[in-house]
Design a protein around this ligand. Structure first.
Ligand code: GLN
Length: 233
């Protein structure tokens, strides 16, 4: 089986939230758990404040945009993303993490964070949904072969900024649009990795969250000397 990575005894514990207003919430929770993280649904600002990182599932980006505003999550999500919280967006989630969007609804907003331009529903009506084998860079266990990617009314990435790493492209007509990107602690895919039993994309994200959390912990931990001085004052 090609399930998630087994958490090692020394791996740091990470708590990852899945935005639970619409979309494949259960599937993401399961994939994250199999990839070695603790995962919880997030619907409220207090729940968001408790997690190390967030997954924004696919669904309908216009609906998710509307619901996070109604649930008072849009502002707190923007703040956390701005402060460097790791996040993974799949499909509609990729749209929400994009700084720029084409073919959105006129009143539609994104959260931003990723220096990319996405085009909504980019593959058009004829190929509304499809599956294919993709070569995805940076995945753990590359020897397991290509990643079976499920696309459902998917966006693609039309333009990437300097700091953005392209992880995968797909053949489409005469073009080769970008369908997976990473920028620092942010990850996004046009496809739905939660819908297959291959959890390597989630494992990559868990690894990114661990690396990020370890860095922050090291930086923010006071040294013993500082603590003693503080206590003596
Ligand atoms: N077409 C949808 C949107 O624009 C995305 C589809 C999906 O997430 N499966 O939000």
């Amino acid at each position: 089986m090609s399930g998630g990575s087994t958490p090692s005894a020394v791996a740091s514990h990470v708590l990852i939230g899945v935005l639970a207003v619409q979309g494949d919430v259960r599937e993401h929770l399961r994939a994250l758990t199999l990839a070695g993280a603790e995962a919880v649904p997030v619907r409220r600002p207090a729940e968001l404040a408790a997690v190390d990182a967030m997954v924004i599932p696919g669904g309908e980006s216009t609906t998710i945009d509307r619901l996070i505003r109604i649930f008072d999550l849009a502002g707190p999500l923007r703040e956390r993303l701005g402060a460097g919280m790791p996040a993974f967006g799949s499909c509609a989630g990729m749209i929400l993490l994009a700084d720029r969007m084409l073919d959105g609804r006129s009143d539609q907003q994104t959260l931003g964070g990723l220096d990319i331009t996405v085009r909504r529903n980019a593959f058009g009506r004829q190929v509304d949904s499809f599956e294919c084998d993709l070569q995805v860079s940076d995945l753990p266990r590359a020897q397991d072969g290509p990643f079976r990617a499920v696309f459902i009314r998917a966006p693609w990435v039309e333009q990437v900024g300097d700091g953005v790493e392209v992880l995968a492209t797909v053949a489409h007509d005469e073009r080769r649009p970008v369908v997976a990107v990473r920028q620092g602690q942010l990850l996004a895919t046009s496809f739905h990795p939660e819908l297959t039993e291959d959890h390597r994309v989630h494992a990559l994200f868990v690894q990114m969250v661990r690396e990020h959390t370890d860095t922050i912990d090291t930086r923010s931990a006071p040294t013993a000397g500082t603590t003693n001085e503080e206590a003596e004052r």
